[in-house]
Design a protein around this ligand. Structure first.
Ligand code: SF4
Length: 407
């Protein structure tokens, strides 16, 4: 991977191109053609879409295949050698995911390789500026390309506020190593969550040369996979991924200055998120704004008959619980008919729990009383339902799987 960014026009006032209203392919082509792509000639370019989950195009979960198609076409027209690659969340076969998302079809029509980046051994990459992480297991394909392109979906995210091009780089981490981001201990003296600091740390060594943010259909609410699809029909492109994410945040009705991994990275000089400093085109780009519903700040408001006893859990178990509640809340009280309030525990605390508390994850093993216990580190949502319904659910879809790729 080339150190530095030959596509970056300005470190202090980078350009950001937006296109909206013309469909995924044309929006992407239009935004890309407004960028100076001369530096891609003769380079090996790796496109890293969000294809880490089993989901169909249009669900707001994976990158629209027509965005990928346009990126392949435009970059090749400028002389690049293009490959598409992904390392999916735990439990997903990426080649299956490429098929389901429609990316395999558009790539195959263009004779463009789609790589399972987990198939080869990782390379350990030190993170000298890291505060939460000090090395990363990175897929070899990422390090062997010349230029890396992040192609996330515009999403709200239950743990990190948003998931855009900076966070999408988590899908360059090898296999299950990406789950470690959700299991980091608190960092002494820091107000930010370890996962946010870890993403900023990751941006010190895994920063894409180009960001193409797909807002064709985004996800609002409980992203990255349990929220609602949100059509926007917009694409944002920049050679500064922080700048692209800042503009995408604004289009979603969010403020990059309040997204910890973005402001931490910007403070360290990895990119620019100050909208006033950016050269955003077209001039009327703010007319594309369509506010996304934010993730719920308080689970008790979102799930009023449920009390969550959470002490020092990591975000892997939190993700599992949120996915479980989002998917199964309507059926839950069928299995707890005598209770008007359901108590659920995750994490490591040793306080006494109410009788019948549903204990989720290995950390609760010592605390469990007479309620159901779901083992796993973390378990998956369908497993919890299987335990409480005393039968293994056959209904295992991607939404059950833990937030391991985090994209
Ligand atoms: S059981 Fe859950 S909270 Fe405990 S370490 Fe595993 S993922 Fe984290």
């Amino acid at each position: 991977m080339i150190a530095g960014n030959p596509l970056l026009d300005s470190k202090t006032s980078p350009a950001v191109q937006c296109a909206a209203g013309n469909g995924a392919y044309d929006n992407t082509r239009q935004a890309l053609e407004a960028i100076n792509l001369a530096a891609v000639r003769g380079r090996r370019v790796l496109l890293k879409p969000n294809a880490g989950r089993l989901a169909s195009a249009g669900a707001g979960i994976t990158t629209d295949p027509q965005v990928v198609a346009a990126a392949i076409d435009v970059l090749r027209e400028h002389g690049a050698e293009v490959t598409v690659g992904e390392s999916p969340i735990v439990g997903v076969d990426v080649l299956e995911a490429f098929e389901m998302t429609g990316i395999a079809a558009v790539a195959s029509q263009r004779n463009c390789p789609c790589l399972d980046m987990d198939r080869r051994p990782y390379v350990e990459v030190p993170v000298p500026e890291g505060r939460a992480i000090h090395s990363l297991k990175v897929c070899s394909d990422v390090l062997e390309c010349d230029l890396l392109v992040s192609m996330p979906v515009m999403k709200m995210h239950m743990h990190t506020g948003v998931s855009l091009s900076v966070k999408n780089m988590k899908g360059c981490l090898w296999r299950r190593s990406k789950v470690q981001f959700h299991m980091l201990p608190p960092i002494k003296g820091s107000e930010q969550k370890p996962i946010d600091i870890a993403i900023a740390d990751m941006a010190s060594v895994l920063r894409p040369h180009l960001a193409i943010v797909d807002g064709t259909v985004g996800m609002e609410g409980l992203g990255p996979s349990a929220g609602q699809a949100k059509p926007l029909d917009a694409v944002v492109v920049s050679s500064d991924p922080f700048a692209a994410d800042a503009v995408a945040c604004h289009l979603m009705g969010a403020d990059a200055g309040r997204i910890p991994h973005l402001y931490l990275g910007a403070q360290r000089g990895y990119g620019v998120i100050d909208l006033d400093a950016l050269e955003v085109c077209p001039g009327h780009w703010r007319s594309f704004v369509s506010a996304f519903a934010h993730p719920p700040a308080n689970l008790t408001i979102e799930f009023p008959n449920i009390t969550v006893w959470d002490d020092r859990s990591c975000s892997a178990c939190q993700s599992t619980l949120l996915l479980f509640l989002a998917r199964y809340q309507d059926r839950l009280f069928d299995y707890f008919p005598s209770q008007s309030r359901l108590h659920i525990a995750i994490g490591k605390a040793d306080q006494k729990l109410p009788q019948g508390t549903l204990c989720i994850g290995n950390c609760t093993a010592q605390r469990r009383g007479d309620g159901p216990f779901v083992p796993g580190c973390p378990p998956v949502a369908s497993q919890i339902f299987g335990v409480i319904s005393q039968e293994q659910s056959a209904d295992v879809t991607d939404a059950d799987r833990i937030e391991g790729g985090g994209q």
